[in-house]
Design a protein around this ligand. Sequence first.
Ligand SMILES: *[C@@H]1O[C@H](CO)[C@@H](O)[C@H](O)[C@H]1NC(C)=O
Length: 443
Amino acid sequence: MKHLFAALVAALLLFTPVLATKKVFAHLLVGNTPEMELSEWENDMRLAKASLIDGFALNIASQDSNNVRSLKRAFQAAEKVGGFKLFFCFDYEAQGPWRADQIVDLLDEYAGRDVYFKHEGTRPMVTTFEGTGSADDWNRIKKVFPDLYFIPDWSSAGPERAVKLGGGVADGLASWGAWPEGKKSISTQLDRAYLAALGGKGYMMPVSPWFYTNLPGWNKNWLWRGDGLWELRWNQVASVDPDYVQILTWNDYGESHYIGPIHEKQLALFEHGRAPINYAKDMPHDAWRKLLPWYISVYKNGRPPARVLQETAVIYYRPSPARACDGGGTVANAASHGQKEMPPEEVLADKVFWSALLNSDKGLSVKVKIGDDEDYARSLTLVPPAGMGRPGVYAGSVPFNGRTGPVQVTVMQGGRTVAVVRGSKNITNHCEKGIQNWDAVVA
Ligand SMILES: *[C@@H]1O[C@H](CO)[C@@H](O)[C@H](O)[C@H]1NC(C)=O
């Protein structure tokens, strides 16, 4: 009897599902998707899922008449794909504030669906982009949906004030602080401030690979430093260990931080925003997803997998030296964020950045060929959180040094070639329309 009981307890322990609360979402602008077919939605979801992304935070603007159709397709696609979640991000900036009754209507229609993401399996999750002025609305909305898990981004208020807004209506907070100021590398200072202010409430940490926007039609023309950002930030995710991660973004081509595939039909925004050049055209960022399964596994398991099954490498660089062409009026830093503007060439380095997922750095050598000229990486700027010699991502960079032409990076270990990566664009001193493209070539 005693043995039977012990066996029963053991069996229960074995089969009790671990409450895996950590999740990684990608932020998706629904406003860019009215032309997206059901099959394209499905394809994007399959790609995200293959990168171990758990779902999309669907950014919706309050006055967008296409929302109805786009959301219908998105949910239809998620139901078809399976194992992929969706939830709403109410954007209060794009087209003004949302009304509480509009939000109630949308939640009424969607929050109960199986594919709608629920915190701890039962509480429909909702985030926002800003909307601090409407914080009180959420007390009313929660009266209608008492189970709601409300985790807004109220970055403009800062963590201490945000956590108190609406009488403390938020169940957690999302941050939008994914980019460093000026020449600095991003730190976890702001993330730590959120954790401190939240005192145990949920935190959704932002991770982004890049930022450049030049859309005079919408009064946007600045960049933030993306040099080495993606790989550094994922190491920070491993150390901050937030409840949730939000990747900024899946398809924001206008701000150059898309990691999803380019949909030509979505690039019409460059005309609407009166961009001097279409800076996302032929600039795929898909390779930024390549190391995501590794980064996400490290984050979710709290430690790296024992071995790297497929060693691989990713590179990125800007297509022209910073001083080669007219800067297009783009500045580094945003005055709208209370930052001092700087010339981009003082912030961004003319370098080819590489990251390699390896079992160890033993015997590692990285050759960067630009045009006919070869150079070797001299140092590592990033090693796995577990340390040198351990499985994980090793990264560094090699300056252009005046070289132009095709880019090829060869990662070798003790005479063995691990990976050869070719850039999809030559580095050139000749820019389209004579204007600098500050977006990244990723391969
Ligand atoms: C890139 O450079 C190579 C070698 O100089 C040249 O053959 C090729 O045409 C260039 N590609 C473009 C798109 O300019």
